[in-house]
Design a protein around this ligand. Structure first.
Ligand code: XIL
Length: 392
């Protein structure tokens, strides 16, 4: 009888507490250490972290993460608020922070339909500009911003959220004015501005079938045209149940088959009841506040805390399964207090979507994620030991 077959060993190890005992002898491990052989671990940082307003939070970022994304400071409205006026104060600090701490620095983003001032699309009379004028503005923006950080920012979300829920290209002002090829042009300009930078397509809800199909068609077309595209960013603004980890698994495999790096770029898990069935991150939506939608103002009940930990463990076991193609997993924020989900899609709520609580302490979800990393290592070592034992 084969008692010590590989699938049996892991539960046995966990049951006997062997793994747990050996773990207590290890130094307290951090996220970036736990996944150092798998992928980099990032966090989106806000202005408070960038300007180092809160020393404890800055220390937490440096300790736990080896990649950063700019939550807002590199968006068009932040760096290029008026025609001909660029403001790089916060963006320069952001990049400096990453360089000083030897982090993988992400640029987010160059072309999007949100957080882009209306003047970009209009002439002095308020009418839409023509195709060439907008292409000129796009080129100037991309050259100025991506060019400034050439060799410093490692990868750019070049185009953000260009596909609609129905799988068609979103009818944004970019598309209305330039036409469908605004996307290819954005990648061409970005590649010219910084030939070494990785260039990504980033979107939410890519697990939904129609949207996924649309994104695949778009990427294949770009590839067929010879446009440089290095990777796809799955935002993963998830809830406790949606999308299923199985669907996330399939989605990663599907994009991997296109020969792309896959990145989880904006991970968070919303634990609050949703006023809509749609799972998306459409930032323009906002609903009326009501206590019904904000049930945990005095703290997260234990059962939900445990559910969140399980959800994160499930997601990370999927990410680890795809460690060959996943190059980065980035959380959209550092602590629960920072999260955009406290204001979206309803203002003034108390959400708990991240691994660190409002005081910066690791939650059960943090422990669960570390445990998954450890248990995969125990499993990998065990199967290595077994296969070498088989030689004798
Ligand atoms: C969000 C920021 O977190 C908020 O602070 C801001 O008010 C709106 O944008 N998809 C994206 C991110 O690509 O840029 C969005 O970030 C969240 C959804």
């Amino acid at each position: 009888m084969k008692i010590f077959s590989a699938p049996l060993i892991l539960p046995l190890v966990l049951l006997t507490g062997y793994a747990a005992k050996s773990q207590t002898n290890l130094p307290p491990i951090t996220l970036k250490e736990a996944f150092q052989n798998d992928f980099v671990i990032g966090a989106a940082i806000n202005a408070s972290v960038i300007w180092e307003k809160n020393a404890a939070e800055v220390a937490l970022v440096k300790r736990q993460f080896n990649s950063i994304s700019p939550e807002n400071v590199l968006k068009w409205e932040s760096v290029h608020p008026e025609p001909g006026i660029y403001d790089f104060q916060a963006a320069d600090r952001y990049v400096q922070f990453g360089l000083a701490n030897k982090m993988f620095i992400v640029g987010h983003n160059l072309i999007w339909h949100h957080q882009t001032p209306d003047w970009v699309f209009r002439d002095n009379s308020g009418n839409f500009v023509d195709r060439n004028t907008l292409l000129g503005r796009m080129r100037d923006h991309i050259f100025t911003v991506a060019g400034r950080y050439r060799g410093k920012i490692n990868g750019w979300d070049v185009v953000n959220e260009a596909v609609d829920e129905n799988g068609e290209l979103r009818d944004s002002p970019w598309r209305k004015i330039i036409g469908d090829d605004y996307i290819a042009k954005a990648y061409e300009f970005a590649h010219e501005a910084d030939p070494q930078a990785q260039l990504y397509y980033n979107d939410f809800d890519l697990e939904s079938r129609r949207k996924q199909k649309g994104a695949i068609a778009l990427i294949k077309q770009l590839q067929a045209q010879g446009v440089k595209i290095t990777g796809v960013g799955l935002q993963e603004h998830d809830t406790l149940k949606q999308p299923s980890s199985r669907r996330v698994d399939q989605t990663i495999s599907t994009f991997e088959k296109l020969g792309l790096k896959v990145m989880i770029t904006e991970l968070d898990v919303n634990v609050l009841p949703s006023p809509t069935k749609r799972l998306d991150a459409e930032v323009s939506r906002n609903f009326q506040s009501s206590p019904k939608w904000d049930p945990y103002t005095n703290g997260l009940p234990d059962p939900v805390q445990r559910q969140l930990a399980r959800r994160y463990a499930d997601l990370f076991s999927v990410f680890l399964k795809h460690r060959e193609c996943i190059s980065r997993v980035t959380f959209w924020g550092v602590t629960d207090g920072d999260s955009w989900l406290n204001t979206y899609p309803i203002r003034g709520r108390t959400d708990y979507p991240l691994l660190f609580d409002r005081a910066g302490k690791g939650k059960p979800a943090f422990e669960a994620v570390l445990k998954i990393a450890q248990s995969q290592k125990v499993a990998a070592n065990t199967s290595r030991e077994e296969s070498s034992a088989a030689h004798y």
